[in-house]
Write a protein that binds this ligand. Sequence first.
Ligand SMILES: Nc1ncnc2c1ncn2[C@@H]1O[C@H](COP(=O)(O)OP(=O)(O)OP(=O)(O)O)[C@@H](O)[C@H]1O
Ligand SMILES: [Mg+2]
Length: 327
Amino acid sequence: MSNWLSVQNLSVDFMVGGGLAPAVLRALRSVSIDIEKGTVFGIVGESGCGKSTLARVLSGLTAPTDGQVLLDGKPLGMDRDKAQRRRIQMVFQDPGSSLNPAMSVCRMLSQLLSFHQIVPRDQIEARCRALMAQVNMPVDALDKKPGSLSGGQRQRIAIARALALEPEILIADEPTAALDVSVQASVLNLLSDLIRDLGMTMIFISHDMAVVRRVCDRMAVMYLGQIVETGPTGAVFEDPRHPYTNALMAAVPRLVPRAAGDYQMLKSEQPSPLARIEGCTFRGRCPKAGPVCATLAPVLDGGAHRVSCHFPRAGTNPVTEGSSHGH
Ligand SMILES: Nc1ncnc2c1ncn2[C@@H]1O[C@H](COP(=O)(O)OP(=O)(O)OP(=O)(O)O)[C@@H](O)[C@H]1O
Ligand SMILES: [Mg+2]
């Protein structure tokens, strides 16, 4: 079923400032995504574009202002019961903040396993050991507290904690960004092995385009709370249609060999999510912006590979080459 996990017109507004000058910060603006079971979906975009906010809404940690999340056709809101909470688990960027420093790994995992009644009481210890094996950690790590583990080991424990609940969806929000470069690859390899072996569905949020390309089946590019391009990972990388996606690819020129002039670097900064922008939110940084972009917001349009732009780059795909797209 193609719409197994379906995010529909999701918006999140945060009230900021307070006092005499409260303002609305629009962190997500009508985001829609469909994710197939057993696939890996990547989300990329600059800092502050709303990636973690989206992840938090999916996990039930942040309430949406509008829109909904459906899993297997049924709404998954903030009021999740124990069984529903298990279904989507998250691994955060900073493993330190997501683990209780006062608890040994064994106690933390045992509590979870018994609270959610994952295995009978007499099998809890064996399951804890099995979880350590699954994340390539020695069994004696069970007796340790997070403080005595390295960053990479803590992230493995955070992954074990998520796996303990046997979730259907694992959200990894920049899982290696806070780790030493030397251990990033092993944690990434662990995650990609797990997805393959367990047939789990994963949402992978990352700044690392090369990793997204390697592990994700489909992906979305976000800009200022919106999805500006989405499609199969290969198509988005090899045939980026949105000027912003082009610019992101420009930051990793060796990824896709291409004529240098095809990519344009962005000059300015991403606008504040507090700003009210008429028309296209990207137009202030866009090398292709025309009068229509100032008045009319583009909509995400297309088939499997969709783009939200009045002047998308004409595709290299022969079917769309030479069409009326472009300018
Ligand atoms: N609880 C909150 N209250 C107010 N504003 C928030 C809150 N959480 C996030 N924001 C704001 O919402 C916007 C989106 O933030 P978010 O953390 O989702 O971005 P991100 O894409 O995950 O960024 P990064 O790549 O830096 O992790 C930002 O402008 C952020 O400051
Ligand atoms: Mg984030």
